[in-house]
Structures are given as structure tokens and as C-alpha cells.
Design a binder for this molecule. Structure first.
Ligand SMILES: *Cc1c(COP(=O)(O)O)cnc(C)c1O
Length: 351
């Protein structure tokens, strides 16, 4: 059954043609299990080519597992992880980072935006140096952030310099990493290891796959025994080719970037479309595929009445997320309905 397209979540989208075609090709015949197959080799090689380095690559089913296991691999149980108060690892992973690390504590920075700053990292990392406090060991940043802001290369370099100085590792939650690359127009290498990132979780699901995230270790020594960690956590796919082949489809065709560019362009279209609308405004700079709109409650009600679905869990604003399949005509419908709802709300006020 099909419904009019909604933009409540970028996970509403289906599988993009490139990923699906690769899955269908991988479905032909029989292939060795548990990642011993050619698709998995080819996907890992495609990541090494894209990132211009001999990184270690692993595949997990979802982002919660990828983030949690990556962080656990960087920590002992008595360590701590510095993150933003808005970080997915803090607010949306049900304690999985603490669980998989056997207790590494998340130290939450209250920053003005969702972005971490070197000052915030330094302040948390140096707040205590005694035996009674979990020892800071890792900094994790989300690129782009949960509210759609992108860290520039310079910002990542500044963070990683602070990390190195304080003996911390730098992890990047890249659930929408492709969207950040599309925004900045710079290479994946420049945004990660060349800027000092140690481990990247690269999101496939929100980039057009059915399921799957990749974990990239830029320092192979850090990947020691990570395969055992994945297996123990139930993240080793027996028919691994169905997790890895879609990456071949995305990376070798360039769809990973084209999908992200399209999603970002849809966000820009919405932001442009409401620019002149009184009372309606983006809550955050629109730098990736997300638009959070503040609007008077009657306007949001008017949107709901016109059939639109959206979440308001961040500051009461309406969240719209665009995926590879977002239909520009539907984005224009949303803009038109926002204008109509706004006019109706103003009329109701006047009468
Ligand atoms: C979607 C998302 C994830 C992954 O979530 P899962 O539901 O576990 O796949 C991780 N980080 C961020 C910032 C996300 O938006």
C-alpha cells in the first residue's frame, strides 16, 4: 500500500536502486558465509579506495550497535566518553554504549548548539583527575549533528588537536556522514583521518540501504579483536553479503554522494520556501538533510490537518528529514501547505 510521501524521518524511505540492484546480484548463487565472500571483500576495498587509506572495515546491522561497539573498543570499563547533551549515543541508544563497554560513563557537555567545542572537551576532560572519577578516554562527535549542523574540517582538526593533547581518542557518529560530505564538498579522508578522527561509523541506512552501517578504524591497531566484539554482540551477519553488497552498489556508483546531495537540496528547498513566512523559521542552520521549523501551534495543527506527519521532540519545533527518494513536488506541497496553514491561522486570529 502506498501513502503520500512524508518527511517525518529519513528512515521512511525505501532502498535506493543502486543498493537494491547490488543485493539482487549478491542473491545469485551460493556464497561463503560470515563475511568470507567476495562482496564483503569488495565493499571493504571500496571503503579503502574512497577514504584513500588502508582502514579496517566492519559491518553492523544498525547505528546503535556500530556506535556502542566502536566506543566500547576504545574504552576500558573505568573510562568515560565525552559527548554533546544532544548526542544520539546519550539520548537515543538506551544505554547501549554503557552496556557494551561494561560501564564506561558518558560525560555530557551542555553546549549551546549540538556541536562539541575544544573548550567544552577540555573543561570536561580536566574537571577531575583523581581516582574517584571515570577517566576520560574518548570524545564522540556526530557529523552532521542530530539537528543537522555540519562540523567543518577546521572544527574537527581543532577538536582532534585537543584530544591528542589530552590523550583522548576521537570517534565520529556518521549516521549521515554522506550528507556532511555533500555539504562541505570535501573528501571523506579530509573529514576524518586527515583531520584526526580515529574511528568512523558510516551510516548506510539513512543513505539509501535497507539496513547496515560500516565501522572504519583508521588506526588498524585499534581494530584488534573487533570482529569478536561484533560476534558477541550479535552483530556478525551469517549471510554477510546482504549487508556488504549494498555498500558496493552505493560506493562504486557514487550514489552515496548523489543521494545525500539530493536530500540536502530538498532541505534547502523547504528552508527557502518558508523564508518569507511570518512566525515560521528554521530553529537551526540548515546544513544537511534536516529542517526543524518553529511555528505557532495553530500552524502546526493546520499542517497535521492537511495530513502531514512530523515529530516535535526537539524544542517543540517540527522536524522534517529528507532522504534519497524525497520528491521535490512533495516538498513544494509541504511549502504550499505551510503557507495555507499560516494564512488560515492569521485569519482565525483576525476574526
Ligand atoms: C539514526 C541515527 C543513528 C543510528 O540509529 P539506529 O536506529 O540504531 O540505526 C545513530 N546516530 C544518529 C545521529 C542517528 O541519527
Amino acid at each position: 500500500m502506498t501513502h503520500p510521501q512524508q518527511f517525518a524521518s529519513d528512515n521512511y524511505a525505501g532502498i535506493c536502486p543502486e543498493a537494491l540492484a547490488a543485493m539482487v546480484r549478491a542473491n545469485a548463487g551460493s556464497t561463503p558465509a560470515y563475511g568470507e565472500d567476495e562482496w564483503t571483500q569488495r565493499a571493504a576495498d571500496a571503503f579503502r579506495a574512497l577514504f584513500e587509506t588502508a582502514c579496517e572495515v566492519f559491518f553492523a546491522f544498525n547505528g546503535t550497535a556500530a556506535n556502542s561497539l566502536a566506543l566500547a573498543s576504545l574504552c576500558q570499563s573505568y573510562h568515560s566518553v565525552i559527548c554533546s547533551a544532544h548526542a544520539h549515543v546519550e539520548t537515543d541508544e538506551c544505554g547501549a554504549p554503557e552496556f557494551f563497554s561494561n560501564g564506561s560513563k558518558l560525560l555530557v557537555a551542555q553546549t549551546e548548539t549540538g556541536k562539541l567545542t575544544p573548550e567544552a572537551v577540555r573543561s570536561l576532560a580536566t574537571s577531575r583527575g583523581d581516582i574517584h572519577f571515570p577517566k576520560p578516554r574518548v570524545v564522540t562527535i556526530t557529523q552532521p549533528t542530530e539537528t543537522g549542523q555540519v562540523y567543518t574540517v577546521a572544527e574537527i582538526e581543532a577538536l582532534s588537536a585537543t584530544c591528542r593533547e589530552l590523550g583522548l581518542r576521537l570517534h565520529m557518529d556518521g549516521a549521515r556522514f554522506a550528507h556532511a560530505c555533500a555539504t562541505l564538498g570535501c573528501s571523506p579522508a579530509d573529514l576524518t583521518w586527515r583531520a584526526g578522527v580515529d574511528v568512523l561509523c558510516f551510516g548506510g541506512t539513512k543513505n539509501g540501504m535497507a539496513v547496515g552501517e560500516a565501522i572504519l578504524f583508521f588506526d588498524p591497531a585499534l581494530a584488534c579483536d573487533f570482529d569478536y566484539r561484533c560476534k558477541q554482540a550479535g552483530q556478525l551477519a551469517s549471510k554477510m553479503r546482504f549487508l556488504s553488497a549494498p555498500w558496493v552498489g552505493l560506493l562504486e556508483s557514487g550514489a552515496w554522494l548523489a543521494n545525500a546531495r539530493h536530500a540536502n537540496a530538498c532541505a534547502q528547498r523547504l528552508a527557502e520556501g518558508v523564508r518569507e513566512l511570518p512566525g515560521v523559521a528554521p530553529m537551526f542552520p540548515v546544513e544537511a538533510n534536516a529542517v526543524f521549523l518553529t511555528a505557532p501551534e495553530p500552524v502546526l495543527e493546520g499542517l497535521r490537518a492537511r495530513g502531514w506527519r512530523f515529530y516535535t521532540f526537539i524544542g517543540g519545533g517540527a522536524r522534517f528529514m529528507f532522504a534519497w527518494d524525497a520528491d521535490l513536488a512533495r516538498v513544494d506541497d509541504l511549502v504550499a501547505d505551510l503557507h495555507a496553514a499560516s494564512a488560515q491561522a492569521l485569519e482565525a486570529l483576525a476574526s
